[in-house]
Design a protein around this ligand. Structure first.
Ligand code: SF4
Length: 371
């Protein structure tokens, strides 16, 4: 993540430009700084905020500046809505087809009794991390998503949501918890966050953007240097043996090393959200709560307990409500900041990747495949 505005030497898909990069590139191409800034602002307002297409937004720019701008803006790669499934709790799971015929998913999640609406986005097609509880992990990594493809999930989902939301608020929060490990596509994820949070585009607050990772420790420094967005760490086990079984990433970075990297790189005054999926009989015993408390000791963290959704491994089941409550109470009594978060949209597919996984099976594995 460069500290000065990045410039591009070749055109990009229209929806892939960060505002600061577009200004810098227009300036490098010969426009004066104010001309470059004005042209980029007018075009981005039209394209992102007013949802115009590339050409219509370009028509708003004075002709002198538009001559510099037009060659930099390739036509966007289309993202087509192919399926929408609405759950009883009004969660909407959206499937998109990419320009090369692959399938990704986003999820619109109304929460807090309709006070807040969050969009869960994908950062990759498939995922190479192969967590045992995740459908997406079964697909393997197909490719990274581009900045335009990540931002388009927000743009298109917002348009869809605005047509149907009635009195409910617009989408204000974004979580990178869909398909993919975001830190494996860090540059594009950071550029997409910079785009989504800019005043000229959607003006999201970076504090309302969360990036969920299995713990790619060597990317923590670059992540915190590149954004004010929140980091969420998917922990899910109280010791190395069980975490390595559930999450192969742990075979390379132990929980002790993960904790050390987190503490070393977390900026002063910021905290991390730790997510812990509870699996009946696997990681929900009182001794496990104590191991988890000990791991959290010294980490500025809030803890979310997530009762498991049905996943690809039938041995991984959700605990009873009583077991979840007992686990939470033990941690609360020990002074841990802990909440239980029940997954939204359980009736239309559970954990990340499940809808795309189900769609792939139904359609004969055509959309998502290696190569
Ligand atoms: S849980 Fe996340 S990181 Fe793990 S396989 Fe699924 S998408 Fe990848």
């Amino acid at each position: 993540m460069p500290s000065s505005p990045p410039t591009a030497t070749s055109p990009l898909p229209a929806g892939a430009w960060r505002p600061d990069a577009l200004v810098a590139t227009l300036h490098a191409a010969g426009l004066r700084p104010m001309q470059a800034r004005d042209a980029a602002k007018v075009w981005m307002n039209g394209y992102h905020r007013d949802h115009l297409d590339r050409a219509a937004a370009l028509a708003l720019v004075p002709p002198v500046q538009a001559r510099f701008l037009a060659p930099l803006l390739l036509e966007d790669r289309p993202l087509l809505a192919v399926e929408e499934v609405i759950a009883a709790d009004q969660t909407r799971r959206l499937l998109w087809q990419t320009h090369d015929g692959l399938v990704i998913e986003s999820v619109i999640i109304p929460a807090d009794n309709g006070q807040r609406v969050t969009l869960c986005v994908s950062s990759q097609v498939g995922c190479g991390r192969r967590c045992a509880f995740c459908e997406t992990g079964r697909l393997g990594l197909v490719r990274n998503l581009g900045v335009d493809e990540i931002a388009a999930q927000f743009r298109l989902a917002s348009q869809l949501w605005n047509r149907v939301r009635g009195q409910l608020p617009a989408i204000s929060n974004v979580v990178f918890m869909g398909m993919g490990e975001p830190l494996d596509n860090l540059e594009n994820v950071l550029n997409a966050i910079a785009l989504l949070t800019h005043d000229w585009t959607y003006g999201l607050s970076a504090r309302k953007v969360s990036v969920s990772t299995v713990g790619v420790a060597q990317k923590f420094a670059a992540f915190f240097a590149g954004t004010q967005a929140n980091l969420a760490l998917s922990l899910n086990a109280p010791d190395d043996a069980r975490r390595s079984e559930l999450m192969p990433v742990n075979q390379r970075v132990s929980m002790a090393d993960l904790k050390a990297a987190l503490v070393a790189h977390l900026p002063r005054g910021r905290s991390v959200l730790v997510e812990y999926i509870l699996f009946a009989g696997l990681n929900d015993a009182p001794a496990d709560a104590e191991l988890l408390r000990a791991w959290l000791d010294g980490v500025p963290a809030r803890l979310n307990l997530i009762p498991a959704n049905p996943g690809p491994d039938p041995r991984l089941q959700s605990p009873t409500h009583e077991a979840v409550w007992a686990f939470q109470k033990q941690l609360l009594d020990a002074g841990v900041r802990v909440m239980v978060r029940y997954p939204h949209g359980r009736d239309v597919g559970g954990a990340c990747g499940q809808l795309a996984g189900a769609h792939r099976q139904k359609r004969g594995h055509n959309e998502v495949s290696h190569g």
